[in-house]
Design a binder for this molecule. Structure first.
Ligand code: NAD
Length: 517
């Protein structure tokens, strides 16, 4: 029998009020393998109300950070115990190759919960401010309230963890809406939070369409903060919708990241690294190195090797351990990739390898595309400027470091970038000039929940991970205590209405409202 997954609202697994469901499609076969309850506006309202109540009167925001930490560690342990099932579900739903789902996705979920548990346990929610005569001042970090999280399909379970863990570690409550293309593991992760003892209503999961459930969640006046990961286009809409009650919004958006290969790069290593940078998860990665700038003096040799190894990559079903590259997420995504490849040809670029769909024996209905490399690309072509979100690489030649930096920075995006070089000093100089939130040197896709990750330019606003990411889920309150008592000299407020020249000079122990404010 087909497995059915329900919404999680206020601690209860429930179907949608409308009874609507959608099919979870396995992109490796093109066949449905489960059904999922589809949240509508009523369900969003129920979930937001549950999160609101859990925040306003529940114990969670009032607990000490070290107490909340225990629950987050317990979630990490439960994820570890359920690793096999979660990895398999992620592989079936999002098309992640099982090798990466097991080793990468689930490991990352565990370390994300552990990292934010450690940050919560540090109990650094109060911080002294510089001394000031006559008063004591400190900062207090507090949760923001109800967080509406909206996530993409490409790393469904990781994205869910990246949103849930910092939000609840900081004492907020969450309503998360995953993408319909891969929603199941988000619901499963939310259920594990409940199983770990996190109170009802603190984590709610409501798969549903962006245009219905997504809009209702971001537009709700009961939601205080929105954490969005997805395309830049939808990010713009999220900013508009958040403006109603001036929600705090963090946006993790698209990218067109540049890999720069300098003439002193170790060839073998850099070729493998560039392939991993772009073809990991069939190129459906925000930080994929989809533009490659190689120094002209080594370009022929480098590109020949790159093409040879790209041809050797095994395209196959996600659950097959020997597959190097899995399917793309859907028929629609396959069409998009195909459209861009034909556009690239029209623009005058040359397909060096791939450039077509492929059929995997026994999985005829799956959405497979061959790893594709374009040569003879100009950085102003659409295939070099727009996010394709498929296994397509645009290779360009550059004269020197200066030209590489200038072209790499010519993009509306600024998510990530990388430099391949045998000279670390030279690579660091290039890295410092790239206008992106992350730069990898002789590596790629190294995202660690301990270090901040975020985009420059149209790749986003704010950060995930680390203390910076944690603070995106905390309000900052300044508390001021007068230490002088009634004997203390203070300007009467009416003196402040005098012209500046007639006001008495403030003494060393006087403070007052800022007349300019
Ligand atoms: P998408 O923007 O189409 O959808 C993302 C989410 O937004 C989905 O849950 C969707 O249902 C929802 N949504 C769509 N329209 C909405 C609306 N009007 N109101 C509210 N919600 C709405 O993106 P996608 O295709 O799911 O994912 C791929 C994109 O995500 C790529 O652009 C990729 O670069 C980006 N991404 C960025 C990061 C990052 O950290 N910067 C990480 C992963 C993916």
């Amino acid at each position: 029998m087909t497995e059915h997954f329900q919404l999680l609202i206020g601690g209860q697994s429930t179907d949608a009020a409308s009874g609507k469901t959608f099919d979870a499609i396995d992109p490796s076969t093109g066949e449905p393998f489960a059904t999922v309850a589809e949240a509508g506006v009523d369900d969003v309202e129920r979930a937001v109300q549950a999160a609101r109540t859990a925040f306003d009167v529940g114990p969670w925001p009032r607990m000490k950070g070290r107490e909340r930490a225990k629950y987050l560690f317990a979630v990490a342990d439960l994820v570890k115990q359920n690793a096999g099932r979660l990895a398999e579900l992620e592989a079936r739903d999002a098309g992640h190759t099982i090798r990466l789902a097991k080793g990468g996705d689930i490991g990352m979920v565990i370390s994300t919960f552990r990292t934010f548990a450690e940050l919560a346990a540090r109990e650094d929610d109060e911080e002294p401010l510089p001394r000031n005569p006559g008063s004591a001042n400190w900062l207090r970090y507090e949760p923001i309230g109800v967080c509406g999280a909206i996530t993409p399909w490409n790393f469904a379970i990781q994205m869910a963890a990246w949103k849930m863990a910092p939000a609840i570690a900081a004492g907020n409550t969450v309503v998360i809406k995953p993408a319909v293309q891969a929603a199941i593991t988000t619901v499963e992760l939310a259920r594990l939070c409940l199983e770990a003892g996190i109170p009802e209503g603190v984590v709610n999961a409501i798969p549903g369409a962006g245009s219905v459930a997504g809009e209702a969640l971001v537009g709700s006046p009961l939601v205080d903060k929105v954490a969005f990961t997805g395309s830049t286009e939808v990010g713009r809409r999220i900013m508009q919708l958040s403006s109603g009650n001036i929600k705090k919004a963090t946006l993790e958006l698209g990218g067109k990241s540049a890999a720069i290969v300098l003439d002193d790069a170790p060839l073998d290593y850099a070729v493998d690294g560039a392939l991993w940078g772009v073809f990991f998860h069939a190129g459906q990665v925000c930080s994929a190195g989809t533009r490659l700038f190689v120094q002209r003096s080594i370009a022929d040799e480098f590109v020949a090797e790159l093409v040879k190894r790209a041809e050797e990559l095994k395209v196959g079903p996600a659950l097959e351990p020997s597959s190097d590259v899995g399917p793309v997420i859907s028929d629609t995504q396959l069409d998009t990739v195909e459209r861009y490849v034909s556009l690239g040809k029209d623009e005058g670029a040359d397909v060096l390898v791939g450039g077509e769909r492929t059929v995997v024996e026994g999985h005829d209905g799956g959405y497979y595309y061959r790893p594709t490399i374009f040569g003879n690309v100009d950085n102003d072509m659409r295939i070099a400027q727009e996010e394709i979100f498929g296994p397509v690489l645009a290779v360009m030649q550059v004269e020197d470091d200066d030209e590489a930096v200038a072209l790499a920075n010519r993009s509306i995006y600024g998510l990530a970038g990388g430099v391949w070089s045998g000279d670390t000093g030279r690579a660091v100089k290039v890295a410092e000039r790239l206008r992106t939130g992350t730069v990898w040197i002789n590596d790629w896709h190294m995202i660690n929940p301990k270090y901040p990750f975020g985009g420059y330019k149209q790749s986003g606003i704010g950060h995930e991970h680390g203390v910076h990411g944690f603070n995106e889920y905390r309000e900052i309150k300044h508390i001021h205590v007068d230490l002088g008592g009634p004997s203390r000299k203070r300007h009467p407020w009416w003196e402040l209405t005098l012209p500046r020249s007639e006001r008495p000079a403030p003494g060393p122990d006087t403070e007052g409202p800022n007349p300019g404010s």
